[in-house]
Design a protein around this ligand. Structure first.
Ligand SMILES: [Zn+2]
Length: 104
């Protein structure tokens, strides 16, 4: 079973709903609940299926934050509230205008 097939499996579908419920249907990074949500793996069990992993390695994130995590490989296996805050600040900075030398 390849990864794409695993993500369609009922076992993963059930687990991701549990994770989203645990996280109160909100992005754990930006805390928004009005965006399309995804469940991100902070860590993959190399020999297991997508659902064959401790729940602590799974976090609910919105599409935007998910992309950020994937792009930056920020999804490291030690995730504290401080890490979330740091990520949030990085995302905020990234989205703020004028951070790339605008107007010069
Ligand atoms: Zn988010």
């Amino acid at each position: 079973m390849n990864y794409q097939e695993q993500l369609k499996d009922v076992r993963w579908q059930k687990l991701r709903l549990k994770i989203m419920a645990r996280d109160k249907w909100k992005c754990r990074v930006c805390k928004r609940g009005d965006k399309t949500l995804a469940v991100h793996h902070l860590f993959y069990n190399p020999s297991g299926m997508a659902w064959d992993i401790d729940k602590k390695w799974l976090v609910t994130v919105c599409e935007g934050c998910h992309k950020f995590l994937e792009d930056t490989k920020y999804g490291k296996p030690v995730f504290t509230d401080k890490d979330y805050r740091r990520m949030y600040n990085r995302i905020k900075r990234k989205n703020e205008p004028g951070q790339r030398g605008e107007g010069r």
